[in-house]
Design a protein around this ligand. Structure first.
Ligand SMILES: Nc1ncnc2c1ncn2[C@@H]1O[C@H](COP(=O)(O)OP(=O)(O)OP(=O)(O)O)[C@@H](O)[C@H]1O
Length: 461
């Protein structure tokens, strides 16, 4: 490393003329960052809805297993297994499957483990699809991590590991199962209709996933609404169709279960398009078997959706020919795709705005921790000089000024802006002066934030 003194002079300067001295400007980040232009209004923290949603996810990802479940303690580097829902056994074609959330010891991240009971792998080559799937990266496909067989559950189980999205809900749960509602005094059951903008968003995300998979020389092989998970929903009506994120789960499982050395790829890809058509029709009509009543279903679609959606159905419902590809569907999308792109850009802006409003919090928490370390230390309880003299006295008065102010009738002042403004000015060490008065009003000090900051630094040290 080159030695440098305060004037920026290095031994090399003997050969070069002196450089202009660099004057370091103080960072001016003591006030909350301005909101991004597209944000309406100014707010200090992320919106309540997003906070609620994120908290719910965090809660779901921390649930403990019900007692009395005989689960392996450790499984190929995964631990803390928790069955993912109360339903227990699910069916994957004819196989019984169970879903677990588990933490991987190597990275501490939670994953979704799908266990297929009593499965015997005919040959190691049966795992080759997992390798292919692990190369597929698409925002609408849940990433396939690995697969292995195990006897840890007391049988021969196959386990396929996918990324885990806490609190994800399937399209079946959201749109194909009737929801109970009280209508006056009567209990009624109704479906939630998919809004047109949301339907488009689902169509684009899934069609784009199919396109990528087909271009990689593979097939999805299942597009069941119970396997398509919604991992993020629109919260604010004003931002209709923002952030409705769908992801295809369980990719690769069907390939292992029905492994063939030479699969008929063209046939499987055409099957994908048929399955996709069935899925979209089920969603648009809230009916899982809509495809069995095409005329009636098209009638419902025509009544609730625009001509552009009907056009998509006409393309999807055309008799499948060997030359038909998912690309032909993209040709019908037209400017709807542009609208979807605009919507996702707005979604990014919105999240960026929310991120920005949380930007300063970490810094303030660090400052509050410092206060916590300094104020009211029990080991100095018997030494009143600890907080009644010198630096610590100023810190104590400042703490009282920020947190324990009272109004003229003696009621506590609970004003978050007062706290945030003062902590920010303290953190920046501004030259502005404030008057600190002791509780008994016997002493009064006028100090700058810069001086208080120095006191805190030295008391902490
Ligand atoms: N990767 C994942 N991350 C988070 N949750 C998941 C994941 N995969 C599945 N789930 C959750 O587990 C539930 C059950 O998933 P599964 O794929 O078994 O579908 P299912 O509705 O049970 O269908 P079936 O009964 O036909 O098996 C999903 O609805 C979803 O809530």
């Amino acid at each position: 490393m080159v030695q440098q003194n305060y004037n920026g002079v290095t031994p090399m300067d003997t050969f070069f003329p002196p450089q202009e001295t660099f004057v370091r400007q103080p960072l001016n980040y003591h006030l909350y960052s301005a909101p991004i232009p597209s944000e309406r209004g100014r707010k200090f923290f992320i919106s309540d809805k997003i906070r609620e949603e994120l908290t719910k996810r965090s809660e779901v990802s921390h649930t403990a297993p019900m007692p009395g479940q005989m689960l392996p303690e450790e499984l190929q580097g995964y631990h803390s297994l928790v069955p993912m829902d109360s339903v227990g056994i699910h069916k994957f074609s004819t196989w019984n499957t169970m879903l677990y959330r588990a933490t991987k010891a190597a990275d501490g991240v939670q994953y979704c483990l799908r266990r297929i009971e009593n499965f015997r792998l005919a040959s190691e080559a049966g795992f080759s699809p997992v390798e292919q799937w692990s190369r597929i990266r698409h925002p609408a496909i849940i990433y396939v991590r690995e697969a292995f067989t195990t006897r840890a559950f007391g049988d021969n189980s196959l386990v396929v590991v996918h990324d885990y999205y806490p609190d994800a809900q399937s399209l079946t749960d959201l749109y194909l199962k009737p929801k109970a509602q009280y209508n006056g005094s009567r209990l009624t059951h109704s479906h939630e209709r998919v809004q047109e903008a949301t339907l488009w968003s689902f169509i684009f995300q899934l069609a784009s996933a199919i396109k990528l998979v087909h271009e990689a020389g593979m097939a999805l092989r299942m597009m069941d609404p119970s396997r398509i998970l919604v991992t993020w929903m629109t919260f604010e009506q004003a931002f209709l169709n923002l952030c409705n994120r769908v992801r295809i789960s369980s990719c690769g499982v069907a390939d292992i279960l029905t492994w063939e050395a030479r699969p008929d790829l063209a046939y499987m890809q055409q099957e994908d398009i048929i399955l996709f058509a069935k899925l979209v029709m089920s969603l648009a009509t809230n009916n899982p078997s809509a495809v069995n009543y095409v005329h009636k279903s098209m009638d419902i679609v025509g009544r609730h959706y625009s001509n552009d959606v009907v056009q998509v159905f006409h393309t999807l419902m055309k008799p499948v020919t060997p030359t038909m590809t998912i690309q032909s569907l993209f040709e019908t999308f037209g400017n709807k795709l542009v609208l979807e792109m605009d919507a996702s850009l707005s979604a990014i802006d919105k999240l960026e705005g929310d991120l920005q409003s949380e930007l300063e919090n970490g810094r303030l928490v660090r400052l509050l921790c410092k206060f916590g370390f300094i104020n009211e230390r029990p080991e100095f309880d018997r030494d009143p000089r600890w907080s009644e003299t010198g630096d610590r006295y100023i810190i104590k008065l400042f703490r009282d000024y920020v947190f324990h102010s009272v109004d003229e009738s003696g009621n506590p002042v609970v004003n978050l802006s007062h706290v945030l403004t003062n902590l920010n000015k303290l953190d920046a060490g501004t030259d502005e002066r404030i008057m600190l008065v002791s509780r008994d009003e016997q002493s009064c000090l006028v100090v700058s934030y810069r001086e208080i900051k120095v006191c805190i630094e030295s008391a902490f040290a």
